[in-house]
Design a protein around this ligand. Structure first.
Ligand code: DC
Length: 228
């Protein structure tokens, strides 16, 4: 919080693979705010529905499931871990299958409402850097700082391929690009809270920028806005 009265909200939205997670996490550290990865919450719903045999095409079942989940972010050094009903699912939610599932389950308004409510509660008493698809448009339209972080699909698929191979997973760059484009289409074309840039968001295209450069740029922007 800047003055002890109201928390500051930095909203970062953008498409898959734009570097939101890494950048939002580092920015939060730099500003001393809490980092919240809302994509991880949609991923948790996809993971639990798969485990419980609830179809990604079953909006009522998914809504009931979402309302039953206790989601909690726990700080772990420089990272944060996501606990679902006490179980650490941070690794299990990072597979290509669950990426696709998250994009499928996030179509349904019942799932979105339940998660948006939790996201708003998480930020009631602390300054946050929150990243996702609808933070500046739906979750916190009143956020003091709104960033739309993006990069070309080719650059985003290059980063995803590198990320997967760092984790020891074989990835075909062409297939990764196709998955990125499919996910863009689903996230942008869905009926409820599609991915779009808020009118008052600042667009940052990260092609050719290093992570440090982007963080530095956003920190200056956030510090300026939070004081205003
Ligand atoms: O940011 P991510 O790749 O972890 O997000 C996974 C999926 O969750 C993404 O394809 C769309 C969905 N999502 C969403 O609809 N709204 C958010 N605020 C965050 C993610």
């Amino acid at each position: 919080m800047q003055d002890g009265s109201s928390p500051t909200i930095v909203a970062i939205d953008g498409p898959a693979g734009a570097g939101k997670s890494t950048i939002a996490r580092l920015l939060a550290q730099r500003l001393g705010y809490t980092y919240i990865d809302t994509g991880a919450m949609y991923r948790a719903v996809a993971l639990c529905s798969e485990r419980q045999g609830i179809s990604w095409d079953d909006p009522d079942g998914l809504e009931r499931l979402t309302l039953s989940l206790d989601l909690e972010f726990e700080p772990d050094g420089e990272r944060s871990r996501l606990l679902v009903n006490g179980e650490d699912v941070s690794e299990a939610i990072r597979t290509p299958q669950i990426s696709r599932g998250a994009s499928e389950v996030s179509r349904w308004p019942g799932v979105r409402c339940a998660l948006v409510e939790q996201q708003q509660r998480m930020s009631a008493e602390q300054s946050v850097v929150m990243e996702g698809r609808d933070i500046g448009t739906v979750v916190f339209p009143q956020a003091q700082v709104k960033i739309f972080l993006t990069a070309t699909p080719e650059e985003r698929s290059r980063r995803r391929t590198a990320e997967l191979s760092e984790r020891g997973e074989e990835a075909d760059p062409e297939q990764v690009l196709q998955e990125v484009l499919d996910r863009d289409r689903r996230d942008c074309e869905r009926e409820h809270s599609p991915l779009r840039q808020a009118e008052d968001a600042m667009e940052v295209v990260t092609d050719g920028m290093s992570i440090d450069e982007v963080v530095e740029h956003l920190a200056r922007l956030a510090e300026g806005r939070a004081k205003a």
